[in-house]
Design a protein. Structure first.
Length: 270
């Protein structure tokens, strides 16, 4: 279980550029749950994922993964427990290494780095089998530099790298946003398949209302650094894209009225 308790984060505190990105966020995510996180630009959704990943330390609050308190752990230490896929298809890989070499490095995440062979006996066949399951015809391109692949192909391999050790938590930060619609649809379907197959706990930030209603078993909407909507079960399954667009419009209008009324409108949906 992921537990986020009373987490707040302010950037550039005490200056004219002060931004309160997270405001006393409380969120518990059960093991095996696939949570979709949405919100307008600046709502705090990606900041929340960064806080969990350890990109920065939070100002207040606690972040736990299972029995482990991660709050004071640096990002590289959390990476042993958390898999992550970024928006940019060229992040998270070594572009000059081959497909096989990148996957071999992913298999050794968290282990001591020595001078042994990167692809010991049997590793190549195992990696090839894993790539074949993606269904993208990349199993015959193990010796290609990963930087020579298309954005969609590379993002599929990055997803495979992030999940090869079955992390306790998978973070997906708008990982289809930079892709063309066809590739984005293919990658999100592969994502859903891997999460279901391995029973992963996952958080996916997306701007796509169609993705938000189609995938995951829970939906969280953020606004001004707070959780303003949290739906699961039948409520989540009944959602349509136009329902979410209506909620966004209500939040936009609430920002234009008295703060007390705005707070009442937000609380109505938590």
């Amino acid at each position: 279980m992921l537990e986020i308790q009373g987490v707040s984060k302010t950037f550039h505190a005490g200056t004219v550029n002060e931004v309160r990105s997270l405001r006393d966020v409380n969120l518990s995510i059960d093991d095996g749950s696939f949570v979709v996180v949405i919100g307008t630009n600046g709502s705090g959704k990606s900041t929340l994922l960064n806080a969990v990943a350890g990109t920065f330390f939070v100002d207040t609050g606690v972040i736990r993964l299972g029995e482990t308190d991660l709050t004071s752990w640096p990002e590289h230490r959390r990476a042993a427990l958390i898999g992550r896929v970024f928006q940019n298809p060229f992040s998270g890989t070594a572009p000059n290494l081959t497909v096989a070499e990148n996957l071999a490095l992913a298999e050794r995440r968290g282990l001591r780095r020595g001078i042994g062979r990167l692809l010991p006996g049997g590793a190549r066949e195992r990696i090839q089998a894993g790539i074949k399951e993606l269904g993208m015809g990349l199993e015959g391109r193990l010796d290609n530099a990963i930087g020579s692949l298309s954005g969609g192909q590379r993002q599929a391999l990055t997803l495979l790298m992030a999940t090869t050790l079955r992390p306790q938590l998978l973070l997906l930060d708008e990982h289809t946003a930079a892709l063309d619609p066809r590739s984005a649809d293919q990658i999100v379907r592969i994502t859903d398949r891997i999460i279901a197959r391995d029973g992963l706990t996952a958080m996916m930030v997306t701007h796509s209302m169609q993705q938000a209603v189609t995938y995951g078993d829970r939906l969280v909407m953020m606004h001004r650094g707070q959780v303003v909507l949290d739906l699961r079960g039948a409520e989540k399954r009944r959602l349509r894209p136009e329902d979410l667009l209506q909620r966004f419009e209500e939040l936009r209008r609430s920002d234009l009225v008295d703060p007390a009324v705005a707070d009442m409108l937000r609380r109505r949906y938590v």
